[in-house]
Design a binder for this molecule. Structure first.
Ligand code: SF4
Length: 345
């Protein structure tokens, strides 16, 4: 591991003041992903500013919704009664990720900032525009089975790995940030970006900006998260989906759908959402929405399997969220947490 300096922050403002002036300084909280990358020499920060002890560890009511402190652990958030009952999609997504030990250490603020699991990014011997801009992309002609089918560029075809981010994308969450220019609020869909010509930038955060909370707006509908992965635990999504349905009697008033494991950011599918709005749930409708959701997919040489897999997963998520089909067993989901946790109604 490359040598680095270490400081323990005493306040969010002091943490920002320490990181902002040093281009290669970084925040660290749980360190569950960051330290791996440092050991592999993928990341080489000159300074780590530890924000784990900052007073950002509360979950509380906020304008009818819920404010999740950035320092709350993934485990604490997943098992919080208000999250379990009102936002089961968040709990399910968190419990579908990593292992118990990692969830105990990992923070909500760090979770959406995880770097890609592209194997070429994690191997300094390989060409990677995200790790080292201008060197090329080994995945384009390599084994690209875990890579993107939406929104990729000639510079990068990586996918974003956070399960939580996919859930937050359907809840219209907001991210509170403090940085060298003051505080600001970022709508969750605007936090992550597509790779374009600058895949080294995963998010719209400026250097030195620190996430202080993730705010969930009021939500009384039903929500659900499903994930397909190569083994039953501690694996990243090949494809995942989050669904949030606001019901009006027996009809869907508003539908929000996001896909994970398919793009450089959580991938909302407005065409499928528009198709579902105002309709009565049915398998026929859900099959049509799942077709529409993947109609514009552009697979690479080794990942066309994600299209039928994703369609089937979304169909199942819609059936289960609407109540047309009971929740099934694990198959990559956090089943124990989701039982009885359809939320809202
Ligand atoms: Fe790097 Fe992106 Fe190409 Fe992976 S897909 S090798 S992260 S540039």
């Amino acid at each position: 591991m490359h040598p680095f300096n270490y400081q323990r922050a005493t306040s969010p403002a002091q943490a920002v003041a320490a990181v902002a002036p040093a281009p290669s300084a970084a925040f660290v909280a749980g360190g569950t992903s960051q330290l791996d990358l440092m050991k592999e020499e993928v990341l080489r920060p000159s300074l780590l500013v530890d924000v784990a002890a900052l007073p950002l560890k509360t979950i509380g009511a906020l304008a009818g919704g819920l404010q999740l402190g950035a320092g709350v652990s993934n485990t604490a958030a997943a098992m919080h009664p208000e999250v379990l009952t009102r936002y089961p999609v968040v709990s399910e997504a968190l419990l579908a990720g990593a292992s118990t030990q990692i969830r105990n250490m990992a923070s909500l603020g760090g979770n959406p900032l995880q770097r890609t699991r592209c194997p070429y990014f994690r191997d300094p011997a390989q060409a990677c525009n995200k790790r080292e801009p201008g060197t090329g992309c080994a995945a384009l002609k390599g084994i690209n089975k875990v890579h993107a089918i939406f929104g990729a560029s000639a510079a990068c075809v990586a996918t974003h790995p956070s399960d939580l981010a996919v859930a937050l994308a359907v809840l219209d969450a907001q991210v509170q940030v403090v940085g060298p220019a003051g505080s600001r609020t970022i709508a969750f869909p605007d936090l992550h970006r597509l790779p374009g010509d600058t895949p080294q930038q995963d998010t719209t955060l400026a250097h030195g900006e620190l996430i202080t909370s993730i705010d969930l707006p009021a939500f009384t509908g039903r929500s659900h998260y499903l994930k397909v992965r190569e083994r039953a635990s501690y694996a990243f999504a090949l494809v995942s989906c989050a669904v949030a349905l606001d019901m009006d009697g027996k009809k869907i008033k508003r539908a929000r759908v996001a896909l994970g494991g398919v793009a450089h950011k959580p991938w909302r599918v407005p065409a499928a959402e528009a198709m579902l709005a105002g309709k009565k749930p049915s398998e026929k409708l859900f099959r049509a929405a799942a077709e529409v959701a993947f109609a514009d997919a552009k697979p690479l040489e080794h990942n066309a399997y994600k299209i039928p897999m994703g369609r089937n997963l979304l169909l199942r998520a819609l059936l289960e969220t609407s109540g047309l089909q009971p929740l099934q067993g694990p198959a990559g989901t956090a089943f124990a947490a989701s039982v009885g946790g359809m939320g809202g109604e």
